[in-house]
Each structure stands twice: as structure tokens, then as C-alpha cells.
Design a protein around this ligand. Structure first.
Ligand code: NAP
Ligand code: MG
Length: 399
């Protein structure tokens, strides 16, 4: 059989632990036999990030800007415990996702992968809910301070031209915690554009929520920018019969639970972090969630929403077979291949991405799945738990 050809490489970011093992298995079993795969490879495994002083992460993000499409494996973000586990680390390197997101300045869209056998915990949810998470600023780029004495804190802004603005934060009578957060008009505007464009591309309604009754200036700015940016999209929304509306986050939460799904819910950085975990868990699991970072210039990075599945990796290291769910990582690959195909006009490659996903669904619908999913299946559905390798072979057989 002739392999499907590619013209432009995809930026491939390898990662850590169990997902790194799955990464290679997925390529070997589901991609390389069919596609003449062209990638520019970056090893974002923790030790290689350490060896390159994290330059490899920056290089990978810049390559993503250059080529337009990337696929990323889950990676370890070192913490204290990891510093003990890997004594060779010279620094507690920052989250690669954080580094990549701030270089690409994007919005992360997360949508559950639905199958008939696993029903959402929320009974009335019939269609996927996509969370659009702003990926810049707020508490993720904030500074924190702990003070012990009575006193006051002020917020001072010094413009480059020397003009200053000052505001009293609070006068306190004892120990206190403080936080200084910011966001930028330019980033909020990109966030708004990415959301409106994604709604148009996927023909879904867009909801946006913040807490602008409390954070009148901060969240108010988000709301105003969304309103401004919507003007350009309003005719297109009308044409497609889709809507945009803004509501308070508390109201949004209530409405989301009562809804049927089938829309995009745009959230600020922190809200999106938390709500995407809630939505994915209610739909099934993080292992059944697609995640894509979309930058304002259209650059995309596909990834799994879950981590490196450390506990499974430790078992795998002892020679045990694990039943780790590779769906999110497979869909990161199919998503990236499809996007590359669309940009380069490669119909064969686009069809391959569709067939790969269809083969995954057929396998799951046949009751062959990883252990995590078996536990979530409806009573009466006959499901068999297999290890990851067998699961991938079953997909390949259907592909
Ligand atoms: P995790 O890797 O997502 O795993 C947490 C637990 O969820 C697992 O122990 C497993 O439960 C279950 N799980 C997650 N993905 C699964 C899959 N594909 N198949 C089956 N079960 C799955 O989160 P973590 O343990 O908090 O983090 C581990 C490492 O990942 C950390 O070093 C963290 O920095 C990193 N991380 C990376 C990313 C990223 O790169 N995108 C995101 C989050 C975390 P059972 O053990 O009960 O089976
Ligand atoms: Mg999170």
C-alpha cells in the first residue's frame, strides 16, 4: 500500500512518563503504517528540557508559529517532589504548557469525546459542551505577597511617560495575603476573536461569563471587548443561526447544568481551568477530552487534556501492562493531521484523520476499551477491559 503523503511538517512535541510510552505506540500502530509522517521533532521530556535549560520548549513554540500546527504529548511540570525524584534537575522548570501558551497567546478549546455507552452524569446533556479557556494572565501571571504587620498596600501604575495612577488596595490590622494580577487588552481581544471564530467554524452558540458585577473594571473590560469584537461577527452569526450571549458566571453555571449542551462556553483563565475539569468529569473523564490551543493568527497546538498518568507509568516500569486510555492522545494526533491536511489541501490525509477517529469509536462501541471507561459504562453494556497495546491493535484492525 502506498503511504499517504504530507507536504509540510507538523511540530511534534514528545513528553513524559506513560503518555510518552503511548505516544510511541500510537505512532507505531496507528500512524506510521499508513502515513508518510513528516514532523519536526522536539523532545519536551523533562530531562531534555533540563539539558537544554528549557530552550527546547521555546524552540518548539517558535516552530509551531512557523509551521502553524503542532501536536503535544503530556509533560511533567516539576514540583518539589519531582526535584527529589530527578536529582539531576538544575531548576524547577516552569510548566511547558504555560510557556507555550504565553508564546502563542492563545485560547484553549476543550470538548468531550462522547460515546453511547458512557452517559453524562448530568442526565439532560445530549451534546458536547466545549470550554474555551483564555490562556493568558490573571492569577497565572500574578504576584503574591504575604505580610505580617499592620499596614496598607497600594496599587501603583507608572506609565512610560511618567504619569502615575494609584489606588489603595486595603489597610490591614495584621497579617494578610495580597495578589497583583493583570490582563492585556490585546490578549483579551485575541481571546474574543478566537471564540467567535471557533463558534463560526463549528457552528455552535457561544456563551461568555465573568463576574463583572464584582470586578467591575477588570471583568467589565472583558465584557466590553467581547461586545466590541462581536460587532464584526454578528452578521455571520445571524447567517448561521447561532447566537452569542453574555451572562454572569453564577447564572452560566446554573444554565449549563440545565442545558442540553451543544455550545461553547468561554471562560476566563481560572474559570476555564476549573470548569473544564468539572465538565469533562461530568461527561466521562479527562482521558475522553480533546484539547486544542488556537492562537490569534490561527496557529493550533493539539494536546491531551490529562497529565502523564504517573501511577500507570510506575507500574509499566515494573514490567506490568497498563490499561491507560490513549483516546485523548490519539485525537490530538488526528486533530493535528486533519488541520495540516486542511491547510495543505491534502484530502487523503484529511480522510485518514476521520477514519482514525471512526475506528476508535467503532472499537469502543464494540465494547473494547480501557479499564477507566469500563467502569463508566451504562449497566447492561457489555464491555471488556484491555491493556493499551491491545486496545490500539483493535483500533488498527478496524482502521
Ligand atoms: P494525570 O496524569 O492526568 O493522572 C491522574 C489520574 O487520572 C491517573 O492516576 C489516572 O487514575 C487517571 N487518568 C488520567 N489520564 C488517564 C488516562 N489516559 N487513562 C487512564 N486513566 C487516566 O494527573 P496527575 O497525576 O495529577 O499528574 C501527573 C503529571 O502530569 C504531573 O507531573 C503533572 O505535572 C503532569 N500534567 C501534565 C499536563 C499536560 O502536559 N497537559 C496536564 C496535567 C498534568 P488511576 O491512577 O486511578 O487509574
Ligand atoms: Mg486544571
Amino acid at each position: 500500500m502506498d503511504k499517504i503523503q504530507m507536504t509540510t511538517p507538523i511540530v511534534e512535541m514528545d513528553g513524559d512518563e506513560m503518555t510518552r510510552i503511548l505516544w510511541q505506540m500510537i505512532k507505531d500502530t496507528l500512524i506510521l503504517p499508513y502515513v508518510d509522517l513528516k514532523t519536526e521533532y522536539y523532545d519536551l521530556g523533562l530531562l531534555h528540557r533540563n539539558e537544554t535549560k528549557d530552550q527546547v520548549t521555546v524552540d518548539a513554540a517558535n516552530a509551531t508559529k512557523k509551521y502553524g500546527v503542532a501536536v503535544k504529548c503530556a509533560t511533567i511540570t516539576p514540583n518539589k517532589q519531582r526535584m527529589e525524584e530527578y536529582p539531576q534537575l538544575t531548576q524547577m522548570w516552569k510548566s511547558p504548557n504555560g510557556t507555550i501558551r504565553s508564546i502563542l497567546d492563545g485560547t484553549v478549546f476543550r470538548a468531550p469525546i462522547l460515546i453511547d455507552a458512557v452517559k453524562p452524569v448530568v442526565k439532560n446533556w445530549k451534546k458536547p459542551i466545549t470550554i474555551a479557556r483564555h490562556a493568558y494572565g490573571d492569577v497565572y501571571k500574578a504576584v503574591d505577597l504575604y505580610t505580617e504587620k499592620p499596614g496598607k498596600a497600594t496599587l501603583v501604575f507608572e506609565a512610560e511617560d511618567g504619569e502615575t495612577q494609584e489606588l489603595l488596595v486595603q489597610q490591614v490590622d495584621g497579617a494578610a495575603v495580597w495578589q497583583g494580577a493583570h490582563n492585556k487588552d490585546s490578549s483579551i481581544r485575541s481571546f474574543a476573536k478566537a471564540c467567535f471564530q471557533y463558534a463560526v467554524d463549528t457552528r455552535q452558540d457561544l456563551w461568555f461569563s465573568t463576574k463583572d458585577t464584582i470586578a467591575k473594571v477588570y471583568d467589565g473590560r472583558f465584557k466590553a471587548i467581547f461586545d466590541e469584537e462581536f460587532e464584526a461577527y454578528a452578521p455571520k452569526f445571524k447567517e448561521l443561526g447561532i447566537t452569542y450571549f453574555y451572562t454572569l458566571i453564577d447564572d452560566a453555571v446554573a444554565r449549563v447544568i440545565r442545558s442540553e449542551g451543544g455550545f461553547i462556553w468561554a471562560c476566563k483563565n481560572y474559570d476555564g481551568d476549573v470548569m473544564s475539569d468539572m465538565v469533562s468529569t461530568a461527561f466521562g473523564s479527562l482521558a475522553m477530552m480533546t484539547s486544542v490551543l488556537v492562537a490569534p493568527d490561527g496557529t493550533t497546538e493539539y494536546e491531551a487534556a490529562h497529565g502523564t498518568v504517573t501511577r500507570h507509568y510506575y507500574k509499566w516500569q515494573k514490567g506490568e501492562k497498563t490499561s491507560t486510555n490513549p483516546m485523548a492522545t490519539i485525537f490530538a494526533w488526528s486533530g493535528a493531521l486533519r488541520k495540516r491536511a486542511q491547510l495543505d489541501g491534502l484530502t487523503d490525509l484529511e480522510a485518514f484523520a476521520d477514519r482514525l477517529e471512526a475506528a476508535c469509536f467503532r472499537t469502543l462501541n464494540d465494547g473494547i476499551m480501557t479499564r477507566d471507561l469500563v467502569g463508566l459504562c451504562e449497566p447492561g453494556f457489555e464491555a471488556k477491559a484491555v491493556d493499551s497495546e491491545t486496545f490500539l491493535k483493535e483500533i488498527a484492525a478496524r482502521l
